[in-house]
Design a protein around this ligand. Structure first.
Ligand SMILES: [Fe+2]
Ligand SMILES: [Fe+2]
Length: 176
């Protein structure tokens, strides 16, 4: 029994570390876009989303003790910044596509955690993850609508890289 409680807390800590790392990256994505001095409509979109991501990060800070933070946080900040800054240099469509790609990944990530049987015994944490996931779905839908249909192979390849990078980042952040 004690062993399974420890297994659960080890699993949960790894998952929450990945969430905390992800929300850190999300904050820095929007900082990256804003650093590229986008036009007003994109700036307002980013400022609004940034506020939500900062709230998510506060929630993760409340769930995850400081000692359990990812040791790679500086890397997640840089990666997040570049994930926002680079597409912003190519225009707002590239940014909206990037946000839609990131949030598609994040929705799946949170959904996998929420549907894990172990979380039945942690309803408060589950509720927090569900609330964050709903915001991410809203972000994804809004960005996808603003981006419109894709007709750019370069952006599609970039978004595939963003998804692959996000998967790698989660794997690393669960452990480190
Ligand atoms: Fe978030
Ligand atoms: Fe988000």
């Amino acid at each position: 029994m004690a062993e399974s409680a420890r297994d659960f807390s080890d699993w949960l800590e790894g998952e929450l570390r990945s969430d905390h790392a992800g929300e850190t990256g999300a904050v820095w994505i929007y900082k990256g876009v804003l650093a590229a001095r986008p036009q007003q409509s994109l700036r307002q979109f980013c400022e609004r989303h940034l506020q939500t991501e900062e709230q998510h990060l506060l929630k993760m800070n409340a769930l995850l003790p400081h000692r359990a933070h990812s040791i790679l946080l500086p890397l997640w900040r840089i990666a997040g910044f570049m994930t926002g800054f680079l597409p912003a240099c190519f225009g707002q469509k590239a940014v909206y596509k990037t946000i839609a790609a990131v949030e598609t990944f994040v929705e799946t990530h949170y959904q996998q955690q929420i549907s894990h049987p172990a979380l039945i015994n942690a309803p408060d944490i589950r509720a927090t993850l569900e609330a964050c996931m709903q915001d991410e779905i809203d972000h994804k839908d809004e960005a996808a609508k603003l981006a419109g249909p894709s007709q750019n192979l370069f952006i599609d390849i970039w978004c595939w890289l963003v998804g692959a990078g996000s998967r790698c980042a989660v794997q690393l952040a669960r452990r480190l």
